[in-house]
Design a protein around this ligand. Sequence first.
Ligand SMILES: [Fe+2]
Ligand SMILES: [Fe+2]
Length: 278
Amino acid sequence: MIADVRILAGEALRLSEPEDKRDRIATMVAAVESESWPMAADGPVNIVPVVEVGRSARITYVAPRDLKRRTWGSPAGRFATLHALAHIEANAVNLALDAVHRFAAMPADYYRDWVRIASEELSHFDLLERRLAASGGAYGDLGCHDGLWDIAVRTADDVVARMALVPLVFEARGLDVTPGLIERFERHGDAESADVLRIVLRDEVGHVAAGARWFRVTCASRALDPVPEFERLVEEHSLLLVPPFNVDARVAAGFDADDLARWSTSFAGGRAAPGGSN
Ligand SMILES: [Fe+2]
Ligand SMILES: [Fe+2]
């Protein structure tokens, strides 16, 4: 039943550490991949309040202005970049679980997509945590900011806004910035981290594509025109679409090349610049 997967997602959401969510995510993946799923109609789910979602106890949250500037020339600077990316992936695990848990009465394929994405986000976190370990550190060694979870809180009551702002703004921003990160890790002799980010970039095209698909579906169910609605939501939440865009990756994920060209020149959204999200 879809309700069972949504209940498991809620249990996983309440756990603090990404690793502790692994067993439940594996159970969810096995469920949605079984031929008999979903077996019966949706049932009731007690929703986890968005403020009770588990956050890693290892992390100290700091204001964005208090984060140290990253310098690529030093191992400490590259470690800080890997740490920030691991934090994005830890948040992305919760965001995918939250998409499964919080929103009822969606098609079975919606839950299949976001369960698969939760599993991929956890694998990205694992890969980055291994890179942190190879550098002699661990997740939790540095402070992090909380901007990505803030957008989850602000979109907790509306699946249309969630699909627009998390996959289509933040994860899509990841498509734009990741090729530059790959190039820099390569240039500074860290081919292993570059290889991890190539896996991340490949998977993230699929995450943005899922977001684009479900944004269109949910817009259609409310008779909303997707492109104007996307632009309205970006402005309402004071986000920015920041060119240059990774046009190839974004078009592969379902963005329209004409919209991207227009946003590059005339539409910028609201005030606050988004960071990348994976
Ligand atoms: Fe990711
Ligand atoms: Fe993602």
